[in-house]
Design a protein around this ligand. Structure first.
Ligand SMILES: *[C@@H]1O[C@H](CO)[C@@H](O)[C@H](O)[C@H]1NC(C)=O
Ligand SMILES: *[C@@H]1O[C@H](CO)[C@@H](O)[C@H](O)[C@H]1NC(C)=O
Ligand SMILES: *[C@@H]1O[C@H](CO)[C@@H](O)[C@H](O)[C@H]1NC(C)=O
Ligand SMILES: *[C@@H]1O[C@H](CO)[C@@H](O)[C@H](O)[C@H]1NC(C)=O
Length: 489
């Protein structure tokens, strides 16, 4: 473990420049300029999800303009399985694609390049037998970013729902989200799409790059895209999109907490008001429900514990990652009583962090710090907080309220391998020659599936299945033929 001087100035320059005392009014809710919530494969103009948000069906008159591909080239799917009725209505419909298709969203908020949140929802309809989800394999592009490559849902989680979230920079007046089946014999599908302009303070240009040799300020992050890998509410319950200002989900930290070495750590909860301040973290950076819980180390009997609290996040490799740590001193009885160290992968990232200095001596006022790490040699990320040389006895000696881990897009604009958007489209075009046969096979498969469903229905058994299957199969083939020669989307 190496020691560095505290990079406090770099991390909190905005705090010092904008010397603040103004509290932000809690009524100033964020209203995104661009805000599209689309339920794919649905005709309904209004679908309310479990978080009370209103989605619009992509076949409804108000939303069909976003869907630029002729609908004959796509397959709207409806799951009539009664077992899915207690899940979100977003997962009862989907749209499947057997050739590249795109949704195009007009972007008002793009001057100078702004970040937008993009969420893609995928659910393989709860183990349906009527559609061969093993044929699903596809890529997803968003303007110049490759979001997903060779994506399939074979290893989807138990609840069968996969939500992918990205924060990407948009420089033009539209955001195109393109679904590209891997091969002719594959399908792409999606259940719902969210496009939301991010508040301008959500992504900062500077962060501290930390490894075993360096702890230095870097910039240029505004040009990057981010994929959310972990979003954790430390010491508190799950925070649902309903309770988050940007409709994010935060999971509890239990599964990431290192089991040994945190004997002195306590969960704490705060029922007072979180003091958001001008120039500090806003409610959009982290909501009240994240800042009002934490895990702390406390000294007892005049002894400062020697241990740290550590969280370990697996599956971190091959990219640079942005680690955002959220702090809010909801535990001290007065200012200037909490000093602690922050470590990233065992390297001292921040020495003697003094939250009072960061928040103008105000307790319960949020502060966050961004670190960039390389996920090259390690396969997991280790984040920890612990007492520092300045920690006081009979006080709180370390705190953490939340952690987010984002994958940073690589130099090709990819989140999923050494491939760029252009080569994905090229490989689709190259794979086009003489592939009518697998396409027909795929359509045949769909028709077979529908027959199976009909049989099952008439047999009075469960009604798992797609209600609407393409009736215009010959037209699909015609479109493929013409598309093949032009090679365009
Ligand atoms: C899916 O359905 C098959 C047959 O109906 C069953 O054997 C299997 O356990 C189911 N899988 C899940 C994850 O429910
Ligand atoms: C939102 O947060 C409040 C208070 O923290 C909690 O009581 C409520 O259950 C939460 N609602 C949802 C839908 O998560
Ligand atoms: C994580 O880091 C802490 C020190 O900061 C160390 O005690 C712990 O052993 C590390 N855990 C892993 C799994 O690397
Ligand atoms: C704390 O103090 C010790 C002894 O003065 C010093 O060696 C060490 O570098 C300081 N910092 C940390 C993080 O331990």
């Amino acid at each position: 473990m190496k020691s560095f001087t505290a990079p406090a100035i770099a991390l909190s320059s905005s705090f010092f420049l904008l010397f603040f005392t103004t509290l932000v009014s809690s009524s100033s809710f964020f209203h995104p300029i661009d805000h599209y919530l689309i339920s794919c494969g649905s005709h309904e103009p209004s679908i309310i999800d479990l978080d009370h948000r209103r989605f619009t069906g992509d076949s409804s008159t108000s939303a069909s303009r976003f869907f630029t591909t002729p609908s004959t080239r796509t397959i709207p799917l409806t799951n009539s399985d009664p077992a899915s009725s207690n899940s979100s209505p977003l997962y009862r419909t989907a749209r499947a694609f057997s050739s590249p298709c795109k949704y195009s969203f007009p972007i008002q908020d793009h001057r100078g390049g702004t970040h937008h949140l993009v969420r893609l929802h995928f659910s393989p309809f709860f183990n349906s037998t009527s559609f061969d989800f093993s044929a699903v394999q596809f890529h997803v592009l968003a303007n110049g970013f490759l979001l997903l490559r060779d994506f399939s849902i074979q290893n989807s989680p138990k609840d069968g729902i996969v939500i992918k979230e990205y924060i990407i920079r948009v420089d033009s007046d539209k955001l195109d989200i393109t679904f590209v089946p891997k091969k002719r014999s594959n399908f792409a599908f999606v259940n719902a799409i969210e496009v939301i302009s991010a508040p301008h303070d959500l992504v900062a240009d500077v962060a501290q790059f930390v490894n075993s040799e360096k702890n230095e300020r870097i910039n240029g992050l505004l040009n990057k895209g981010f994929e959310t890998v972990y979003r954790v509410n430390v010491g508190g319950p799950k925070v649902t999109p309903f309770n988050d200002s940007l409709w994010r989900a935060w999971v509890p930290d239990g599964e990431f907490l290192e089991k040994s070495g945190h004997e002195g750590s306590l969960e704490i909860h705060f029922s007072g008001r979180i003091q958001y301040q001008m120039g500090g973290a806003t409610r959009e950076v982290g909501p009240d429900n994240v800042y009002n819980s934490a895990r702390v180390i406390k000294s007892s009997n005049n002894v400062i514990p020697k241990s740290n609290i550590a969280w370990v996040f697996p599956g971190i490799e091959g990219y640079k990652y942005l680690v955002r740590m959220h702090f809010c001193d909801i535990a001290s009885i007065g200012p200037y009583m909490l000093y602690f160290n922050v470590y990233v992968n065992g390297n001292l990232a921040y020495e003697d962090l003094d939250l009072s200095a960061m928040t103008n001596m105000l307790l319960a006022s949020p502060f966050y710090a961004d670190f960039v790490v390389e996920g090259l040699n390690s396969e997991s990320l280790n984040v920890s907080v612990g007492p520092s040389n300045m920690s006081l006895t009979n006080a709180v000696d370390a705190i953490l309220n939340g952690v987010e881990v984002f994958k940073i897009s690589n130099s090709l604009g990819s989140f999923d391998g050494e491939l760029c958007v252009e080569s994905v489209m090229k490989s689709w075009r190259r794979g086009n020659a003489g592939v009518i046969v697998p396409l027909l096979a795929a359509v045949f498969l769909l028709l077979t599936a529908s027959v199976v469903v009909q049989r099952r229905r008439s047999g009075g058994r469960d009604t798992v299945g797609w209600l609407r299957l393409p009736v215009d199969v010959s037209e699909i083939n015609l479109k493929y033929g013409s598309q093949q020669s032009s090679g365009k989307l």
